[in-house]
Design a protein around this ligand. Structure first.
Ligand code: FE2
Length: 316
């Protein structure tokens, strides 16, 4: 479990400050210092990211600090609550608690999603509901590497995501997780031309698609690495091979091949894998993730709640 003696990550506080942006191409000193600190502070096992939270509605200052510290190190934390007290309070109360929990970290601008209920929360479960039919997240199938909302317009990205486990699957449903900052580091180490390719405004195109409700999601073309006004990074990425068009040039193809080796072939040693238990959840600045296929129990089906936000966790 995470404690207050975990390593802190100072550079994230400096990001956006004058002259200290590690993502700035011409500032190799800032980048080198940030890179070294990021890699040394990055958690080597999932326990370093687990933070007990007594009451999701009101995380204490200590709990809040521990989660923010994990997110400075790895852009994610796993909070751990008592599933009995949460389920006893009922589903509506649980969903309200999730909303309050997000607010405690400055997460307020929920995306509007076709599958969201009125409270902005999406139930990730096997279902034949019309709004979810045909979409892999609502089946028992595996999900390949992606960040959430990779098909969003680049000027309206998903910067944070909360995934709460109400009931795990009987078998499978394991998540692999990786901070996009690590991918940036591996790619910059491999050659700055690859980073330039991923910063190109036409690097990745997700074609238009017609949703179940008949609405049209427009074509989304943009870079893979996006930066907010404070210089903090968000990644748009999907490992899917269909319905995605990569820019047709050698550096883009090389960068995509590197991503496939790091993620798809799991050459990246800092990938963490975890099966969340009931009452646990991932709170993150939209980290890269997968899900393995799963099998449901006949009587208790896997159920996760997902909330996506337009802002990052404050203080990270
Ligand atoms: Fe996802």
């Amino acid at each position: 479990m995470s404690t207050s003696v975990e390593p802190t990550f100072r550079h994230s506080l400096k990001r956006g400050g004058a002259g200290a942006n590690p993502f700035e191409f011409d500032d190799n000193i800032a980048y080198g210092a940030w890179r070294e600190e990021k890699l040394s502070a990055y958690p080597r096992d999932i326990d370093a990211l687990r933070v007990p939270v007594a009451d999701l509605r009101r995380p204490s200052a200590v709990e809040n600090d521990a989660i923010v510290n994990c997110c400075r190190r790895a852009n994610m934390a796993i909070y751990v609550t008592d599933p009995c007290s949460e389920s006893a309070a009922g589903d509506k109360s649980m969903r309200l608690a999730l909303t309050d929990f997000g607010h405690a970290f400055g997460l307020k601008s929920m995306e509007s999603h076709r599958s969201a209920e009125d409270d902005g929360i999406v139930a990730i479960e096997v279902t034949s509901a019309e709004s979810k039919r045909g979409f892999i997240p609502y089946t028992t199938k595996a999900l390949s590497w992606h960040t959430d909302g990779y098909y969003n317009p680049p000027d309206d990205p998903i910067r944070a995501m909360l995934l709460h486990c109400v009931r795990p699957a009987q078998e499978g449903g394991i998540n692999a997780l990786l901070d996009p900052d690590i991918v940036y580091i591996r790619m910059r180490d491999a050659g700055r031309a690859l980073i330039s390719a991923m910063l190109h405004p036409e690097a990745m195109t997700i074609p238009e698609s017609v949703e179940e409700d008949g609405s049209v999601r427009p074509t989304s073309t943009g870079p893979v690495f996006l930066f907010d006004d404070n210089g903090r990074m968000t990644m748009r990425y999907t490992a899917r091979k269909r319905n995605i068009i990569w820019r047709d040039d050698a550096d883009t193809q090389a960068a995509v091949a590197l991503l496939d080796r790091l993620l798809g072939q799991e050459e990246e040693p800092l990938i963490l894998k975890y099966k969340m238990a009931a009452g646990e959840g991932l709170i993150s600045n939209n980290v890269l993730h997968t899900r393995t296929a799963f099998e449901n129990d006949d009587t208790a089906q896997r159920l996760l709640y997902r909330v996506r936000y337009r802002e990052r966790l404050s203080g990270t």
